[in-house]
Design a protein around this ligand. Structure first.
Ligand code: AMP
Ligand code: GLY
Length: 396
């Protein structure tokens, strides 16, 4: 099969590597501007042009990673052109692009989510921009002054994404990312992963796109039971709404008040969760995507590798506020480490940092400590000026 991956970060690099391992793969393309050696780069200036190129190249399935093309409606355009695409339609991307739309739907289906707060009477509380802010639209607020300042800052930094702002109850607990694939009829769940959202262990450090991840997460019996119930509710919601798309749905869940609460939906696989998840599954990923296209996900029995997979993000100093581009990067080969390109560019054969998160490095081991110790010591060997890695697992 010929495959096209849309996107150019670490998640897409992991997808390319997983597809490359498949016996079903013939040619692999990437759109666009990625420097992955696994795939041939396709440039495009509109989704219509990309669709035409897909037809000419006889692409069998397109899979989309980032939220921007999904929210732009790439799936609607490709479906109109009869191209198989793994990405939600524009209508369903609203679950990610509007947190209020998502909350309304969850409430309708009795899915737990943090209650909205009308007036700030107690702190901490959580201030959220309704729309897309590149993972920077959520602020934990500890005082009235901070509330006023952060509201202004959100509106200033994200005039579009923060058109609507709301407050919700602060919940405290363990977080997991449940990534599931919907084929229009069936929902396949990948094992839960954990993402390290904050820049460091310090509670005042900013939220990021994710500084690391691991998969699977050990759950207690009651957490597993409640997760099974949540999965049933999610399945019911999508079926009852006749959700007419083939794509990923990512539930950001927090364990609070003895149950799972949804903090957010993303309509795409997570980054850097995907790097760990795809390393942990032993089932052919292309086989899974093909089953999704034919609405046969119910026939897939996921096989998992033993132990854990872990991913560490190598970022540029200043991330997430102000990362500096253009740092030269050199990394050694190591048979136990998979190096994903998250934000790099290649100039005359040399790799340079571009954007905040530059590499994501993944390994598997029998336990988390071994995995992360290996990743920390490998990250020390990466030659890159002003690099930053988070050297702690989340407390919860
Ligand atoms: P979100 O983009 O909504 O997932 O928020 C990003 C991160 O902010 C989450 O992973 C949580 O760590 C934190 N967060 C979001 N909403 C809440 C909440 N209601 N209570 C506590 N923490 C939250
Ligand atoms: N790691 C969180 C996300 O992909 O949004």
């Amino acid at each position: 099969m010929n495959m096209l991956v849309v996107g150019s970060g670490g998640r897409e690099h992991a997808i390319c590597k997983a597809l490359k391992r498949s016996k079903l793969l013939d040619k692999l393309y990437i759109a666009s501007s990625a420097v992955f050696e696994e795939a041939v780069d396709i440039r495009y200036s509109s989704y219509e042009e990309l669709a035409r190129k897909c037809k000419a190249l006889q692409i069998d399935i397109v899979i989309v990673g980032p939220e921007a093309p999904i929210c732009d409606g790439i799936a609607d355009i490709f479906r109109k052109n009869k191209i198989n695409i793994i990405a939600p339609t524009k209508k369903w991307s609203n679950l990610e692009s509007s947190k209020l739309v998502a909350k309304q739907l969850m409430s309708h289906y009795s899915i737990n989510n943090a209650p909205i707060i009308k007036a700030p009477t107690a702190f901490p509380l959580v201030l959220k921009a309704d729309g897309l802010c590149g993972g920077k639209g959520v602020k934990i607020i500890y005082s009235m002054d901070e509330l006023v300042n952060q509201m202004e800052k959100l509106k200033e930094d994200f005039p579009e994404g923060a058109k609507k702002i709301f407050m919700e109850e602060y919940l405290e607990g363990e977080e997991i990312s449940l990534i599931s694939l919907w084929d229009g009829k069936n929902l396949l769940h990948f094992p839960p992963a954990r993402d390290f959202k904050r820049l460091s262990l310090d509670k005042n450090s900013p939220n990021t796109g994710g500084m690391g991840s691991y998969c699977p997460v050990n759950l207690t019996e009651v957490q597993q039971d409640r997760l099974d119930l949540y999965k049933t509710k999610l399945n019911f919601m999508l079926s009852d709404e006749k959700a007419d798309f083939i794509g990923f749905i990512y539930s950001g869940l927090i364990w609070a008040k003895n149950d799972w609460y949804v903090l957010e939906y993303n309509m795409r696989p997570g980054d850097p969760e995907t790097q760990s998840i795809l390393n942990q599954i032993d089932t052919d990923f292309l086989y899974i995507l093909n089953a999704a296209i034919y609405q046969k996900l119910n026939e897939i029995k996921l096989r998992l590798n033993s132990g854990v997979s872990a991913t560490l993000v190598v970022a540029s100093e200043g991330y997430p506020e102000n990362p500096k581009d253009g740092n030269m990067i050199e990394y050694p080969q190591d048979k136990d480490i998979i190096v994903h390109y998250s934000g790099v560019e290649l100039k005359e054969g040399t790799l340079y940092s571009k954007g905040g998160r530059n590499l994501s490095i993944t390994t598997s081991a029998g336990d988390l400590d071994t995995a992360f110790n290996r990743l920390y010591s490998y990250s020390d060997k990466i030659l890159m000026d002003k690099k930053y890695v988070r050297r702690s697992l989340p407390e919860n």
